[in-house]
Write a protein that binds this ligand. Structure first.
Ligand SMILES: O=C(O)CCC(=O)C(=O)O
Length: 268
């Protein structure tokens, strides 16, 4: 696939106004099939489970089938992803967008919505998971490896929500042993949302405070997403976010990570 290099002026303006930008073609069919095969292998082999890097985002990992399996740092378990052309493409776009090179260690993860059984990814802002002392400067590249629509869990966004500060969140089901977060009063935001169906190999870019959600998988089709986060140094906030929702978290994933490293557990 030809290198995209940089967003156009119009695309950059739309991303700044709406907080998200859909690109119907980002990854070639060959790359989708290569990364898809890696995805399937990492999921089936439970790569990263022992380290706390594979877990059920919507559950407590207490046995049974995961409803929303997530794999953090997939390139640690699949080195072919490390300097993949898709990673370089995302990096180039972020460098042109920010006018500086993103950190070498980019964020990366994979999320699976199994057919008929894939749980909702609730409304949230990514920054609610992260360092409360910073306003993050990052682009999140969400890349579907399967065609996705409202039936199998495509992304939804609240246009313009990127101009909001970090909103209060809570653990899914108000249970701090569940990995994922949900913004408070999600119905209020859902009313203003738009869905973002995409073909496999497309991409939607969003910003750290953009409110987003992905519906349940009600279809007989799987929904796999490969996600890259390209980040430059964030701006120090004068008042840190009071992210009590992260301070109270205590998940099985954190405990597994702690056992492996002997370190204090860190939330997501
Ligand atoms: O794939 C999903 O279900 C959610 C992805 C997401 O929340 C993200 O990329 O920030």
């Amino acid at each position: 696939m030809a290198s995209i290099g940089a967003l156009t002026k119009e695309q950059t303006a739309r991303l700044g106004e709406q907080g998200y930008l859909a690109l119907p073609e980002f990854v070639s069919a060959e790359e989708v099939s290569e990364i898809g095969a890696i995805f399937d292998h990492l999921l089936a082999s439970k790569a990263g489970w022992q380290d706390g890097n594979q877990f059920d985002l919507a559950g407590t990992d207490d046995g049974g089938d995961a409803k929303l399996p997530q794999i953090l740092y997939p390139s640690r378990y699949a080195p072919a992803l490390k300097n993949h052309a898709v990673v370089q493409r995302a990096r180039q776009i972020a460098e042109a967008y920010f006018g500086e090179a993103p950190r070498d260690a980019h964020g990366e993860h994979m999320i699976f919505k199994p057919p008929r059984d894939g749980a909702v990814t609730p409304w949230h802002q990514d920054q609610a998971y992260h360092d409360p002392t910073l306003d993050e400067r990052a682009l999140n590249f969400w890349i579907p490896l399967d065609d996705c629509d409202e039936q199998n869990g495509c992304m939804h966004y609240v246009p313009g929500s990127n101009s909001l500060d970090v909103l209060p969140h809570h653990s899914i089901g108000h249970d701090p042993s569940v990995h994922g977060l949900e913004v408070d009063e999600p119905e209020k935001h859902a009313r203003q949302s738009v869905s973002c169906p995409l073909p496999a190999g497309g991409c939607v870019i969003h910003l750290p405070t953009t409110l987003h959600y992905a519906g349940p998988n009600l279809s007989g089709r799987q929904r796999r997403a490969y996600i890259l986060i390209m980040e430059v140094q964030g701006t120090k906030r004068s008042v840190p976010v009071d992210n009590y929702w992260m301070r109270e978290k205590r998940t099985a994933r954190m405990e597994r990570a702690e056992q492996i490293s002997g370190a204090e557990p860190k939330p997501l």
